[in-house]
Each structure stands twice: as C-alpha cells, then as structure tokens.
Write a protein that binds this ligand. Sequence first.
Ligand code: NOJ
Length: 556
Amino acid sequence: MNMRTKDFTTPAACTNLEWWRSAVIYQIYPRSFADSDGDGIGDLPGITAKLPYLGRLGIDAIWLSPFYLSPQADAGYDVADYRVVDPLFGTLDDFDRMLEQAHALGMRVIVDLVPNHTSDEHAWFQAALQSPPGSAERARYLFRDGKGAHGNLPPNNWQSVFGGNAWSRAPGDSQWYLHLFDRRQPDLNWDHPDVRSEFEDVLKFWLDRGVDGFRVDVAHGLVKAPGLPDWAGQAAMVEGTEGGDDNPGPMWDQEDVHEIYRSWRRLLDSYPGERMMVAEAWIAPQARLTRYIRPDEMQQAFNFDYLLTHWDAAEIKAVVDSSLAASAAVGAPTTWVMSNHDSVRHTSRYGLSKPGARPKGIAADGEQPDEALGLRRARAAAFLTLALPGSAYIYQGEELGLPEHTTLEAHYRQDPAFFRTNGEEIGRDGCRVPLPWLADAPSFGFGPSEKSWLPQPENFARYAVDRQEGVYGSTLELYRQLLQLRHDYKLGNGQLRWQSGDSSDVLSFDNGTLCTVINLGMRPVTLPPGRLLLSSEQRDASGRLPGNAAAWLALR
Ligand code: NOJ
C-alpha cells in the first residue's frame, strides 16, 4: 500500500479561512470532461490539460466524480479498489500531477468517496461470495437468509433506488445480499469494525496525497435500521424519497450515521489545510439535512431542494429563505446546485412546458425542451445562483449553457436505472455526454479521435468552447464575468436582503453593494436605481429588463 505522505501546501491564492464557505466548486465527471488518449473516455491527463481553462473561468475548487478501479457498472460509483486509479482514467502519478497543477493554479481538489457500497468485484465481496453463510467475510456486507420455505423470497420488501428488488443472490448461493442500487453494488455493513477502519484508512490515503476534501456519496444511507424492517415506500434519488418527511424509510437517515461523520471530521481536522466534506444526501426537510453539517460533522451538504425548484419566483424565494435559515441554524454555509451527473441539465429542464420539472431523463419520444428558452432561463438563473451567499456548484458544461442530450437512442444507454426499470426510467446518460471543446473537430475536440463513449448531438457544436471563448455575450464569457464580480463583491460571504420587485414574477435582492434582479415572467420590468454591471440579455429600448432575464447592478 502506498502511504506516501506529501508536504501539504496551501494552494496559491487560496489562503482564505474556511474557504469552503463561499467556494465556487466545479464538478468534473472524468469520463466526459476531456480525453487525452483518444479512447473515447475522458481521463486524468485530459483534466490536467484543461486546468488552465478552469483557472480562467474563476472557480475555487474542482470535485471529481470517481476515477477509481471499477468495472464501471454504475460509471465508477461501483468501486473495486479505493486506492487504485482505473486504467481507463490513468495512473496514481497522473492523479498526483493533476493535483499539483490544480494547486499551483490556486484550485482545491475534492474527490468522491463511495462508502455505502462497493463493487461486486471488490476483494471483500469476492471473498464473501467464496465463504459460507455466517462467515467473517460475509459479515462486512448485508447477507441474509431469504424468506419462504426454501428461502427463495427476499429477506424484506425493499426496492432498489434504480428500480427492482434491493436483494440479489449470486448463482447457486443460498443467501441474499442487500444492494440499495445496482446488484453489482453490494451495501456494506457499517456496524462492522473492519468497514469503519478501512474507510478511515482510505480517507488517510487521499488526505496524505493532498486532496482538499471529499464528496460523500449516499451519505444518508450507510446505517440501516436494526432488523431491516419492511417498508412500503420507494426510495428515490432525484425526486427525493416518498413516505413523508418524518419517515424517510429504514434505509436512510438513521441517527447512528452521524457518529461516522464525527469521527471523519476529527480525522480531517488533524490534517493541515482545512480539508472538507460535502454530503450527498437526498433527504427532507432541510432541518434533517443540516444535521449532517453541524459543527462537528461535514462542512457542506448539497442543496437538492434548490436543484428541484421550478421556474417560479415564489417557489425560488421560499427555498432560498428556508435553505439559508436551516444552514444558519447550524452555522454552516448553504450550497446552491442546479445540475449534476444525476439530473437532467437545468438548461433543458427550464425549457419544458412546466419549467423546472424533473423528469428522470428525456428520450426522443418524450416532451422536447424549448432549447432557446431553456438556455435563456439558465443564463438568468446563473445570476441568481452566483449572487447568493454560500457555496455554489457548477456542473461541467453548465458554463457553456450545454443542454441535455434528449434524443439519445436506447442502444447507447448505459445507466443501470434504464435497464432495471425496463426503460421506464430514461436515466442519466443524457446529462453525461462528453463536452464539446472545438466545434469543427472530431468528437467536438473532446479527444484526439472521433470516439466518444456516448454520441454527442449535433447541436453541441453551437456550445463548443471555441465558439464561445472571447465572444461577447456568450454563456462562457457571462460565467467568467459573473465569477469575477462574485469574487470582487465577496458575494459568497455576504448577506441577502430581499427588495420588493415590481411584479410577482420578479425577484430582487441586495447582497452587500450588489443588487440582483431576476425577471421570471414574460413582461419587461424597470430596473431599480443602480449602475448596471451585467445582464443576461440586452435591455429593451426603454432600458427595461426583458422577461426570463436577470441583471446585476452596483448600488454604489
Ligand atoms: C449517487 C451518485 O451521484 C450516483 O451517480 C450513483 O449512481 C449513486 N449515488 C450510487 O452510488
């Protein structure tokens, strides 16, 4: 095991205390960001080559979705070895080089930790399958005897988040094992001391290499209710969990999970350099979610309530207020997230007839979003998101205004949710399509060959980086200006004060000396006094802000 300890150097230009409180964090989905070797799958050297692009964008940190050894049954969220880089993505040396470069450019690096389950190819699970019921090897997972005279029925009625039964049996095996996700992602038994010590070691492994933090996958799922009682609800990811706020289900949000994060926090705090954790937890209400970010637990949790909000002024105002209040109650920053690799890109959601609706993927026979309207709204939404106090997440391609691939043919799909629901759930492939860098190159410049693990739609040419770089008013240049102003006006560390807008479709608020106006309706509105800094669309001849547009004004 390589436990090389590196001297931790605080990234240049990243010396502010508790940096995560106001950070803009860019999510890289490694397989779709940039491909260096032409195999059609993005990789670590590809990321390193594009770091200067991210530096110019003005972000504070990157978060990398998993790049560890994996059979890729769930695009790397099925980890076979937590300390090895999958050859698809490069080597550990490639990782070190990437980290060093990112730090040299003043960017922090957060890696993904997947503690709820391993891959079925993980050595522990392989050993468990080769060991008899009741063995020490099986105790690290949740193996149970089945019900019925011959044990042919699953041990309880839990359903997988990806559809179908949450229990499977290996061929010829008498016992069942739990998997809240795909059958190739067996859930670990977090009551087992080996599991706890192994993950502390994994954390140390990456902390010693110099990472700045961890995004904790399925943070609300590690501990299950004792006895694994039946539950009639259906656990969901993107739309939240059914079953009422007070009853998330016996597989989620159990009290004992918090002790795990307290122990991890102690470990992170023993390292120099303000290492952090962000919880991926699909739970409601906000007051339950913010228990994960109490002062001795994680620093941040993704704000999925914000992601799930419709294009509606009253709804947005309510979620902003409830998010700020809930995080303030525990002294943590709020996060603002509009898109990620599990949800339809917001540019496309905002172009649906019910703007902001959250379908589980979009296929050619489903409602096709109005691309131009969705983009227009997404550009306006960036003014809102980046003006709010707290930390903001940007999903790769969002800065280009990239839409979802909404016509991907079924035979290209790879998301296990698509297969486990027999296509009823379209799945998440449409938001994971490789990025366009060059409009006129093969694979739109994603890599040096024409290969791309998912085909890119024709309209990606319009969004390519080279079509937008240096082009006044392009979404990329808009994001760059927004990020620069956000930094100059210290919006991330500021405070929000609502102002009354001149219509119920308008939201207006001050943060320090910057005023944001977002017009979610169709009719143009008069801007309040102030010096216009930036707007998502041109004002009309009378100087009014058109519909589905936003502006930032300087108050002094
Ligand atoms: C959440 C991840 O974001 C998602 O992509 C993955 O499928 C599940 N957790 C299971 O690890």
